[in-house]
Design a protein around this ligand. Structure first.
Ligand code: HEC
Ligand code: HEC
Ligand code: HEC
Ligand code: HEC
Ligand code: HEC
Length: 477
């Protein structure tokens, strides 16, 4: 057994099969300096870009979707601001505009520095990943990731169609706009300070989806989030009441598990409308997550005095791992409760402590009383690891933020992977009738991260989504 695998078994108490930990240290050395890969800054501060509002004047339907998306939220996010400030402090400023370059590309191009937060950004900087960032991108440099985008500055707008219309702007049919490399240019984040923080694109590049010719856009810009689905057909532009041709339209909501933690987003002047947008977002996140993973089997094996509960997870997506992206923030875990006929709980794992955290190494309750550690917890969140002492594993401790880590240990399911995890139950359960309830849960952010960023007041806004559940009753033979 190799030493990497061994570490994760120590941590999770799972069996060999249950653990698939890919550690991204091989790519650690090869990745270039981030300073060389952020290419949009070469555009020059004097180039003007349209705000989303300006594009939205003729594209109201696209605007209505984009403005609710996380692409519009990226530079409003209080979590982003707090984390970027922390990265700035921890590196004595060396991080520069690394973080803001992706979360607010035009702001960074126009010279805003890495210390700026949402309240002080210019209007166009607050547009975050705005229309023109994607629609003026013409190519990427190598490797894909770290905003390796090249933007055209001649005002041409890249689109999927061969338009002959030129009112508003010149349109250029672009294969790059429809490629995974457009998305991958921001959805692979690496090398600050030398490791791979996000790998949605890297995972995709060896996935069955890619093999079958599917792109990110196929699953993320159709009518159903997270699955290849049909496109609506409708007018793509409206200029002074005149409606432009009906075409296949792509949705610009880009549903992912993140959602706004602010009342005033996206409509600062209409909090009720913002609340409705949020509710609709939650409904769509539920659909996305149900397209991602399910509990396919729950089996209790009792032999002599050994009682083992096997739970099988099935990834339903061929596109990338689940979870993907910012996996050291994403919690995907099993909540398991085993009761007897009288309803007494005999075993449990995956519950939350009084601060809302899982009973893992970050839990305040566990820090006070190590006996409370959930030793059999199954949580597919990535672990940020920092080595200490001899450079031999398992001499590593867990850190809260990826930018403090030496390496990141991934536990996510590979595309379409089936994985069985096992819980060892107390031997006394061999002789009893049992009711076993298994729930698969998801949360975009754990409370301990918010507390570490002094954002305690946002904890109550976190939502836990139940993706799937199964209950079985086991009699005695
Ligand atoms: C003055 C109105 C107007 C403004 C402002 C405007 N557009 Fe357009 N746009 C149009 C019209 C009209 C079409 C439809 C062209 C056609 O297919 O006939 C169009 C088409 C497009 C297309 C599809 C092009 C293709 O051929 O695939 C994209 C993409 C697009 N616009 C993006 C943008 C972006 C991004 C902005 C802001 C930078 C923007 N538009 C600003 C009027 C406008
Ligand atoms: C076959 C469909 C499919 C394809 C192709 C696909 N995705 Fe996804 N994507 C999903 C599903 C389902 C989820 C929800 C599960 C998850 O978070 O991993 C998701 C989630 C995401 C998330 C949110 C991740 C998180 O947990 O924070 C991002 C970001 C994302 N995808 C980006 C991409 C990018 C970029 C590409 C192309 C390089 C891509 N996806 C290709 C189906 C797909
Ligand atoms: C994250 C990148 C991204 C952002 C941000 C973005 N778009 Fe797009 N847009 C695309 C891609 C990719 C397509 C083509 C999708 C396809 O064909 O599968 C597209 C297609 C379009 C089209 C052509 C018709 C259609 O629906 O496919 C229009 C018009 C358009 N976008 C307008 C806008 C406007 C206006 C904004 C801002 C309010 C915007 N886009 C923001 C990536 C983006
Ligand atoms: C200029 C950089 C950039 C480009 C290009 C880009 N994205 Fe993103 N994307 C981001 C950032 C930054 C976020 C996170 C915003 C946040 O949550 O604060 C994000 C968020 C998302 C999310 C939501 C994730 C969540 O956890 O909720 C999805 C889905 C997504 N992007 C898909 C795509 C797809 C598909 C494309 C290509 C058509 C694309 N992105 C192109 C920067 C980019
Ligand atoms: C190469 C582009 C890129 C760079 C550079 C980048 N990010 Fe991100 N960031 C993303 C994308 C894409 C997502 C969405 C991933 C997902 O949903 O899984 C994201 C998501 C996030 C989120 C979660 C969304 C939210 O608003 O809560 C935070 C926080 C964040 N990034 C902070 C940072 C910090 C801090 C840095 C600098 C150390 C940084 N990012 C650098 C692209 C980038």
């Amino acid at each position: 057994m190799n030493k990497w695998l061994w570490t994760s078994i120590l941590l999770f108490g799972c069996t060999d099969d249950a653990v698939d930990t890919s550690i991204n240290s091989e790519t650690y050395v090869e990745t270039p300096e981030w300073k060389d890969t952020i290419t949009t800054k070469d555009v020059g501060a004097d180039v003007t870009f349209s705000t989303a509002k300006e594009c939205g004047e003729c594209h109201p339907a696209h605007m209505a979707e984009w403005e609710q998306s996380m692409h519009a939220y990226a530079a409003h996010s209080p979590v982003f601001d707090a984390m970027a400030q922390k990265a700035f402090r921890d590196t004595s400023g060396e991080v520069g505009t690394f973080c803001t370059s992706c979360h607010s590309p035009i702001g960074a191009i126009q010279g805003e520095d890495g210390t700026i937060t949402a309240k002080d950004r210019s209007e166009i900087s607050r547009d975050s990943v705005s229309c023109e960032v994607c629609h003026s991108a013409v190519d990427h440099s190598s490797p894909v990731g770290n905003l390796s985008l090249e933007l055209t500055t001649n005002g041409d707008i890249m689109g999927p169609y061969e338009s002959d219309f030129t009112e508003g702007h010149d349109s250029v049919q672009s294969d790059f706009l429809q490629s995974a490399e457009l998305c991958g240019s921001c959805h692979d984040v690496f090398n600050y300070p030398g490791l791979r923080i996000e790998e949605a694109y890297t995972e995709y590049s060896t996935s069955p989806a890619k093999e079958m010719g599917m792109t990110c856009q196929d699953c993320h810009m159709g009518t159903v989030p997270g699955a290849v689905s049909s496109r609506e057909v409708g007018p793509i532009a409206e200029v002074e009441g005149k409606v432009y041709p009906d075409r296949e339209r792509s949705t610009h909501r880009f549903i992912g598990p993140d959602y706004s933690l602010l009342d005033e987003f996206p409509y600062p002047d209409d909090l009720e409308k913002s609340r409705q947008a949020q509710e609709d977002m939650f409904a769509q996140i539920n659909v996305l997550l149900k397209n991602a993973v399910e509990v396919s089997d729950v089996v209790l094996a009792r032999q002599n005095n050994e009682v083992v509960l096997n739970v099988t997870l099935q990834s339903l997506t061929s596109g990338h791992n689940v979870p993907t992206g910012f996996t050291s923030e994403r919690q995907l875990w099993l909540d398991v409760v085993v009761k007897n006929v009288a309803g007494t709980v005999l075993f449990s794992s995956g519950q939350l402590d009084s601060y809302g955290d899982l009973y893992d190494d970050h839990s305040w309750e566990v820090l006070n009383d190590p006996n409370k550690l959930d030793t059999q917890l199954v949580n597919l969140q990535s672990k940020n690891k920092m080595r200490y002492g001899e450079l031999e594993l398992p001499n590593a401790t867990e850190t809260v933020f990826p930018f403090d880590a030496d390496y990141i240990e991934k536990h996510s399911l590979r595309p379409l992977e089936t994985r069985t995890v096992s819980y060892t139950l107390p031997p006394a359960l061999a002789q009893q009738e049992l009711e076993i309830d298994v729930q698969l849960k998801y949360r975009n952010l754990p409370p301990y991260i918010l507390r570490n960023l002094q954002l305690d007041e946002l904890v109550e806004r976190l939502q836990v989504f139940t993706i799937d559940s199964q209950t079985i009753v086991e009699g005695i033979e």
